[in-house]
Design a protein around this ligand. Structure first.
Ligand SMILES: NC(=O)c1ccc[n+]([C@@H]2O[C@H](COP(=O)([O-])OP(=O)(O)OC[C@H]3O[C@@H](n4cnc5c(N)ncnc54)[C@H](O)[C@@H]3O)[C@@H](O)[C@H]2O)c1
Length: 253
């Protein structure tokens, strides 16, 4: 119940599948939450749910592709709770259910996916790190993907951004490890969330996908949330600069 007691944590993409599961788990474990996403109505509804369950949370409307929004988010954490201990930088988009190939890949989609999935994590860390160092460090967990480690044809923007998230996280781990800050990546396999609903609603796709995963099924958002929780808690104290696959064994192939 108290894995994150007294810790102040930012979660981005908080109203989506994985973010929402993480918000619930972090709140159950005593974290004070600063939740960030695009839709203020969904965000305030999530805060209400968490407070009804006895948790402590605020919502700050944030576009992760805007550096200033991250500064505002960290300021809100410091103003409301006086400190920042952890961040789960989890907001992200996919290339879409039927992406084109690399040559046909639209330039606007490239710019958008890099801005949200990669630059969004850089802007987040840039704002969060000074606040965490003020109280002796903390834990940053960035959501990568199995596409942080291996490529998939047809989704070059997503693969490039998620590989970039891993490189960025390792660079930060080297730079700040001696100052009490840990930076890690979670690499989810395919997880049942609103992002994957359009493809997983296709029974044939779902069955084929499950057959490529040693666990024989897709994952649940709560299974990613539990890894984020462990990494943000003091139990993850010796984990730094690493990529934690939570993928039913997919990357073991
Ligand atoms: N679901 C999967 O199979 C899977 C697999 C690997 C990695 N991931 C990653 O997990 C993370 C969460 O994905 P999910 O499956 O929960 O998807 P989701 O679509 O349910 O949630 C993503 C959330 O990010 C928010 N978001 C998107 N753009 C934003 C922006 N510019 N500013 C602020 N918030 C923004 C969305 O509003 C949404 O609430 C993403 O980074 C995704 O790439 C998901």
């Amino acid at each position: 119940m108290n894995e994150l007691k007294n810790k102040v944590a930012i979660i981005t993409g908080a109203t989506g599948g994985i973010g929402r599961a993480a918000a619930s788990r972090f709140a159950e474990e005593g974290a004070r939450l600063v939740l960030a996403d695009l839709d203020a109505d969904l965000g305030e509804a999530l805060v209400k749910d968490i407070r009804e369950l006895g948790g402590d949370a605020i919502f700050v409307r944030t576009d992760v592709a805007k550096p200033h929004d991250h500064e505002h988010l960290v300021e809100a954490a410091l103003k409301n709770y006086g400190r920042l201990d952890a961040a789960f930088n989890n907001a992200g988009i996919s290339d879409g259910p039927m992406p084109p190939g690399l040559v046909e890949y639209p330039l606007e989609l490239w710019d958008r996916i890099i801005a949200i999935n990669l630059s969004g994590v850089f802007y987040a860390m840039r704002a969060q790190i000074p606040a965490m160092l003020k109280n002796g460090g903390g834990s940053i967990v960035n959501t990568g993907s199995v596409a942080s480690q291996i490529a998939f044809a047809g989704v070059p923007g997503y693969v490039a951004a998620k590989h970039g998230v891993l490189g960025l996280t390792k660079a930060a781990a080297l730079e700040y490890g001696a100052r009490g800050l840990r930076c890690n990546v979670i690499a989810p396999g395919i997880i049942e969330t609103p992002m994957t609903a359009p493809v997983l609603s296709n029974a044939q796709f779902r069955e084929h996908t499950a057959s490529t995963i040693p666990a024989g099924r897709v994952g649940r958002a709560e299974e990613i949330a539990d890894m984020a929780l462990w990494l943000c808690s003091d139990r993850g104290s010796y984990a730094n600069g690493a990529c934690f696959a939570v993928d039913g064994g997919y990357l073991a192939r």
